[in-house]
Write a new protein. Structure first.
Length: 425
């Protein structure tokens, strides 16, 4: 921690807080809670997994549509923090509201989940863009990886607390039902997220911006249109985004559907929660390790490593049968999950014009979010057509291979120089 500035630490601590949402709501407790609710309502395992996939596709499509527009407006002085705050409030409030949805209403759960996810992912759009305001290009790999590392470490605390409450309730130690225990976990997530976001609000400020001008919304649309028209000027940058579109699609799909997939294989909720906890612990040092290795071998080479690991994950998932297999799979994911996300963020942060960072991170968001539509849809359709969830996960190999091939066409930038200045024609 001593190696980082106050602004860098405050920025990274938001990851410490918001990652509780990622593990408890996106990955662990909520999917298990939802699957149990849907099963009790008579929904088949494959259909409930498909409905969750469709829900993820819906909210990511909404954010993908508005991301670049809001990002362009947020480039004006003082607007980045306002948009960040609005999505932050939507996410935390909706997460808390999940605790009050009747346990037999699985459809209302998914609707509330849409708003919580919109808030969380929308806030992350502007949080990611703030990286250009808190650090330098030289430190960007380390700071981005540090954020992900803190996120994995910090999220284990509310996760442990939530698991403890759920297990104690299931074993009759606490005089509450497992349903109530899960609802308490949702409230813990919201409170944890809010508390550790306070340093971000206090110490992180928008340093790179465009001066305010009359009719800012109209001018923002004009700037966005100009960027799209002059896309050839950013050829290498958008080539990277195409690669990112495919490989991050697979990463996000595996994260969001992992517990639902494990449930389909017959793994107990307790086993899934323990595996996910250990995954968080292992992922923290590996995220930081990716940042250090990127400084030595370049970020692009480490992205190759991460993509290859995920290809192995998808192939291995096809043969998954036992809890031991699931443990092996989870540990493979843990080695690269944080690293591939952290280096994608820092790599992109080095490419964008700093004063237009929100606009370009809006495109980063739209590519990432549209990717998050196709991945879950691919798994959902494949699972329903074949009646086998394993085939759905295996189908993600296609996305990683395409991402790897396209990434190989992106030139490595020279230090502290925009990538398009060194891109071969």
């Amino acid at each position: 921690m001593k190696k980082f500035s106050k602004e860098e630490k405050s920025w990274a601590l938001y990851d410490w807080g918001s990652s509780a949402y990622s593990i408890i709501i996106t990955t662990a407790v909520f999917p298990i809670y939802y699957k149990a609710s849907a099963t009790e309502a008579g929904v088949s395992l494959s259909d409930s997994t498909a409905y969750l996939g469709y829900t993820i596709a819906i909210f990511t499509f909404i954010l993908a549509m508005i991301g670049p527009i809001l990002g362009t407006i947020a480039d004006y002085q003082g607007m980045k923090k306002k948009f960040f705050t609005a999505f932050f409030l939507l996410g935390t409030i909706s997460t808390a509201l999940l605790a009050f949805v009747p346990s037999d209403n699985w459809l209302l759960m998914l609707i509330c989940y849409v708003f919580a996810a919109l808030g969380a992912t929308g806030a992350n759009l502007f949080y990611d863009a703030f990286i250009v305001d808190v650090t330098t290009e030289k430190r960007m790999n380390s700071v981005s990886a540090f954020g992900y590392g803190l996120g994995y470490i910090g999220s284990t605390i509310p996760f442990i607390l939530s698991i403890a409450i759920i297990l104690l309730a299931q074993n009759g130690v606490l005089p509450i039902s497992a349903t109530v225990a899960s609802r308490i976990a949702f409230l813990i997530t919201a409170v944890w997220w809010v508390c550790f976001s306070l340093p971000m609000f206090r110490h992180v400020k928008q340093l790179h911006y465009i001066e305010r001008e009359p009719n800012p919304v109209h001018q923002s649309f004009k700037r966005l249109g100009k960027t799209i028209k002059e896309i050839r000027q950013y050829r290498a940058l958008f080539l990277f985004l195409i690669a990112y579109f495919f490989y991050i699609d697979g990463v996000g799909t595996i994260i969001s559907l992992s517990t639902a997939y494990g449930t389909d294989l017959g793994l107990s909720a307790t086993s899934l929660l323990i595996v996910l906890f250990v995954t968080q612990v292992v992922a923290a040092p590996f995220a930081i390790l990716y940042g250090r290795l990127a400084n030595r071998f370049t970020g692009k080479k480490m992205l190759y490593v991460g993509i290859c690991v995920y290809i192995v994950v998808c192939i291995y998932a096809f043969f998954l049968e036992t809890i031991t297999d699931f443990w092996i799979l989870a540990m493979l994911v843990a080695t690269s999950q944080g690293g591939i996300q952290a280096l994608s963020r820092s790599y992109f942060g080095k490419l964008v014009p700093k004063e237009n960072s929100n606009e370009f991170f809006g495109f980063y968001n739209i590519f990432g979010k549209f990717a998050a539509i196709t991945g879950p849809l691919l798994v959902a359709v494949t699972s329903q057509v074949t009646g086998n969830s394993s085939m759905g996960v295996f189908s993600l190999v296609i996305l990683f291979v395409i991402g790897l091939v396209v990434l190989s066409r992106v030139p490595e930038p020279t230090p502290h120089e925009p990538i398009d200045k060194v891109a071969p024609e």
